[in-house]
Design a protein around this ligand. Structure first.
Ligand SMILES: Nc1ncnc2c1ncn2[C@@H]1O[C@H](COP(=O)(O)OP(=O)(O)O)[C@@H](O)[C@H]1O
Ligand SMILES: [Mg+2]
Length: 162
Protein backbone atom coordinates (compact mmCIF):
# COMPACT_ATOMS: atom_id res chain seq x y z
CA UNK A 1 0.00 0.00 0.00
CA UNK A 2 1.34 3.45 -0.85
CA UNK A 3 1.52 6.05 1.87
CA UNK A 4 3.24 9.22 2.96
CA UNK A 5 3.64 11.07 6.27
CA UNK A 6 3.93 14.87 6.33
CA UNK A 7 4.55 17.43 9.06
CA UNK A 8 2.10 20.31 8.97
CA UNK A 9 3.69 23.11 10.96
CA UNK A 10 0.70 25.46 10.99
CA UNK A 11 -2.89 25.93 9.84
CA UNK A 12 -1.67 27.15 6.43
CA UNK A 13 0.14 23.88 5.83
CA UNK A 14 -3.04 21.93 6.61
CA UNK A 15 -5.01 24.10 4.15
CA UNK A 16 -2.27 23.66 1.54
CA UNK A 17 -2.51 19.89 1.85
CA UNK A 18 -6.28 20.14 1.30
CA UNK A 19 -5.66 22.32 -1.76
CA UNK A 20 -3.24 19.78 -3.19
CA UNK A 21 -5.89 17.06 -2.91
CA UNK A 22 -8.27 19.32 -4.86
CA UNK A 23 -5.65 19.86 -7.55
CA UNK A 24 -6.29 16.33 -8.83
CA UNK A 25 -9.62 17.67 -10.14
CA UNK A 26 -11.13 14.25 -9.68
CA UNK A 27 -13.81 12.66 -7.56
CA UNK A 28 -13.32 9.96 -4.94
CA UNK A 29 -13.93 9.09 -1.31
CA UNK A 30 -11.56 10.73 1.18
CA UNK A 31 -11.66 9.72 4.83
CA UNK A 32 -10.30 12.30 7.29
CA UNK A 33 -9.50 10.61 10.59
CA UNK A 34 -8.15 12.10 13.81
CA UNK A 35 -9.38 13.45 17.13
CA UNK A 36 -11.34 16.66 17.62
CA UNK A 37 -9.20 19.67 16.81
CA UNK A 38 -6.62 17.90 14.65
CA UNK A 39 -7.44 19.91 11.50
CA UNK A 40 -9.96 17.87 9.50
CA UNK A 41 -12.22 20.84 8.80
CA UNK A 42 -9.21 23.10 8.17
CA UNK A 43 -8.02 20.66 5.48
CA UNK A 44 -11.49 20.53 3.95
CA UNK A 45 -11.57 24.35 3.87
CA UNK A 46 -8.28 24.37 1.92
CA UNK A 47 -9.71 21.82 -0.50
CA UNK A 48 -12.96 23.75 -1.04
CA UNK A 49 -11.20 27.12 -1.48
CA UNK A 50 -8.87 25.59 -4.06
CA UNK A 51 -11.95 24.49 -6.03
CA UNK A 52 -13.26 28.05 -5.95
CA UNK A 53 -15.55 28.11 -2.92
CA UNK A 54 -15.35 31.57 -1.33
CA UNK A 55 -17.78 31.34 1.60
CA UNK A 56 -17.18 29.95 5.06
CA UNK A 57 -16.66 26.26 5.74
CA UNK A 58 -17.91 24.71 8.94
CA UNK A 59 -18.18 21.11 10.04
CA UNK A 60 -21.79 20.03 9.34
CA UNK A 61 -21.95 18.54 12.82
CA UNK A 62 -25.75 18.63 13.14
CA UNK A 63 -26.80 18.22 9.52
CA UNK A 64 -24.14 15.50 8.89
CA UNK A 65 -23.54 16.60 5.30
CA UNK A 66 -22.99 19.89 3.46
CA UNK A 67 -23.20 19.86 -0.33
CA UNK A 68 -21.03 22.20 -2.43
CA UNK A 69 -22.74 21.65 -5.72
CA UNK A 70 -21.41 24.67 -7.58
CA UNK A 71 -17.98 23.08 -7.73
CA UNK A 72 -16.27 20.79 -10.23
CA UNK A 73 -16.16 18.09 -9.04
CA UNK A 74 -19.17 18.45 -6.84
CA UNK A 75 -18.16 18.04 -3.17
CA UNK A 76 -20.05 16.54 -0.24
CA UNK A 77 -18.51 17.32 3.13
CA UNK A 78 -19.62 14.89 5.84
CA UNK A 79 -19.07 15.17 9.59
CA UNK A 80 -20.36 12.02 11.28
CA UNK A 81 -19.30 12.98 14.81
CA UNK A 82 -22.89 13.05 16.03
CA UNK A 83 -24.09 10.03 14.11
CA UNK A 84 -25.74 7.59 16.52
CA UNK A 85 -25.81 4.43 14.43
CA UNK A 86 -24.27 3.78 11.02
CA UNK A 87 -27.78 2.72 9.88
CA UNK A 88 -28.94 6.36 10.16
CA UNK A 89 -26.94 6.92 7.01
CA UNK A 90 -29.25 4.53 5.20
CA UNK A 91 -32.21 6.76 6.10
CA UNK A 92 -30.38 9.75 4.58
CA UNK A 93 -30.09 7.83 1.32
CA UNK A 94 -26.34 7.70 1.66
CA UNK A 95 -25.80 5.80 -1.58
CA UNK A 96 -27.08 8.72 -3.67
CA UNK A 97 -24.25 10.88 -2.30
CA UNK A 98 -21.60 8.55 -3.65
CA UNK A 99 -23.07 8.02 -7.11
CA UNK A 100 -21.26 9.63 -10.04
CA UNK A 101 -18.09 11.68 -10.09
CA UNK A 102 -18.30 13.40 -6.72
CA UNK A 103 -15.62 14.14 -4.17
CA UNK A 104 -16.85 12.96 -0.77
CA UNK A 105 -14.82 14.21 2.19
CA UNK A 106 -15.75 12.43 5.41
CA UNK A 107 -14.81 13.52 8.94
CA UNK A 108 -15.33 10.78 11.58
CA UNK A 109 -15.81 8.00 9.01
CA UNK A 110 -15.35 5.42 11.80
CA UNK A 111 -18.92 6.24 12.89
CA UNK A 112 -20.34 5.16 9.56
CA UNK A 113 -18.46 1.90 9.35
CA UNK A 114 -20.27 -0.82 7.44
CA UNK A 115 -22.52 1.65 5.63
CA UNK A 116 -20.07 4.09 4.06
CA UNK A 117 -18.28 2.94 0.91
CA UNK A 118 -14.61 2.03 1.14
CA UNK A 119 -12.30 5.07 0.90
CA UNK A 120 -9.96 5.72 -2.00
CA UNK A 121 -7.67 7.70 0.26
CA UNK A 122 -7.38 7.96 4.04
CA UNK A 123 -5.75 10.90 5.82
CA UNK A 124 -5.02 10.49 9.50
CA UNK A 125 -4.19 13.62 11.49
CA UNK A 126 -2.43 13.71 14.86
CA UNK A 127 -1.18 16.55 17.04
CA UNK A 128 2.62 16.72 17.19
CA UNK A 129 3.97 19.54 19.33
CA UNK A 130 2.29 22.74 18.14
CA UNK A 131 1.67 21.34 14.69
CA UNK A 132 0.15 18.25 13.13
CA UNK A 133 1.24 15.15 11.33
CA UNK A 134 -0.71 13.81 8.37
CA UNK A 135 -0.50 10.21 7.21
CA UNK A 136 -1.88 9.85 3.69
CA UNK A 137 -2.73 6.40 2.39
CA UNK A 138 -3.87 5.56 -1.14
CA UNK A 139 -6.23 2.60 -0.86
CA UNK A 140 -7.34 2.18 -4.46
CA UNK A 141 -6.24 3.11 -7.98
CA UNK A 142 -8.54 6.13 -7.76
CA UNK A 143 -6.82 7.14 -4.53
CA UNK A 144 -3.29 7.24 -5.96
CA UNK A 145 -3.51 10.69 -7.61
CA UNK A 146 -4.42 12.22 -4.21
CA UNK A 147 -1.29 10.76 -2.64
CA UNK A 148 0.84 11.86 -5.60
CA UNK A 149 -0.59 15.39 -5.44
CA UNK A 150 0.23 15.58 -1.71
CA UNK A 151 3.74 14.34 -2.41
CA UNK A 152 4.29 16.85 -5.24
CA UNK A 153 3.01 19.73 -3.15
CA UNK A 154 5.22 18.70 -0.25
CA UNK A 155 8.37 18.76 -2.39
CA UNK A 156 7.38 22.19 -3.79
CA UNK A 157 6.98 23.57 -0.29
CA UNK A 158 10.26 21.99 0.68
CA UNK A 159 12.04 23.58 -2.30
CA UNK A 160 10.48 26.95 -1.45
CA UNK A 161 11.72 26.62 2.13
CA UNK A 162 8.19 26.77 3.61
N1 LIG B 1 -0.98 22.13 11.12
C1 LIG B 1 -1.56 22.79 12.14
N2 LIG B 1 -0.82 23.26 13.17
C2 LIG B 1 -1.40 23.89 14.20
N3 LIG B 1 -2.74 24.13 14.31
C3 LIG B 1 -3.53 23.69 13.32
C4 LIG B 1 -2.98 23.00 12.20
N4 LIG B 1 -4.02 22.67 11.38
C5 LIG B 1 -5.14 23.12 11.94
N5 LIG B 1 -4.87 23.74 13.12
C6 LIG B 1 -5.83 24.32 14.08
O1 LIG B 1 -6.52 23.29 14.74
C7 LIG B 1 -7.78 23.77 15.19
C8 LIG B 1 -8.87 22.76 14.98
O2 LIG B 1 -9.04 22.57 13.60
P1 LIG B 1 -10.32 21.89 12.94
O3 LIG B 1 -10.00 21.87 11.50
O4 LIG B 1 -11.57 22.53 13.37
O5 LIG B 1 -10.25 20.42 13.56
P2 LIG B 1 -11.22 19.17 13.41
O6 LIG B 1 -12.12 19.41 12.24
O7 LIG B 1 -10.31 18.00 13.20
O8 LIG B 1 -11.97 19.05 14.71
C9 LIG B 1 -8.00 25.10 14.49
O9 LIG B 1 -7.81 26.13 15.44
C10 LIG B 1 -6.91 25.14 13.43
O10 LIG B 1 -6.47 26.45 13.20
MG1 LIG C 1 -14.29 19.25 12.11
Amino acid sequence: MSELSLRLSDEGATEALGASLASTGQGGVLFLEGDLGTGKTTMTRGLLRALGHTGSVKSPTYTLVEPYDGLQPLVYHFDLYRLGEPEELEFMGIRDYFAGDVLAVVEWPERGRGVLPEPDCRITLTVVGRGREARIQALSERGKPFLEAARAQQSERHDAGV
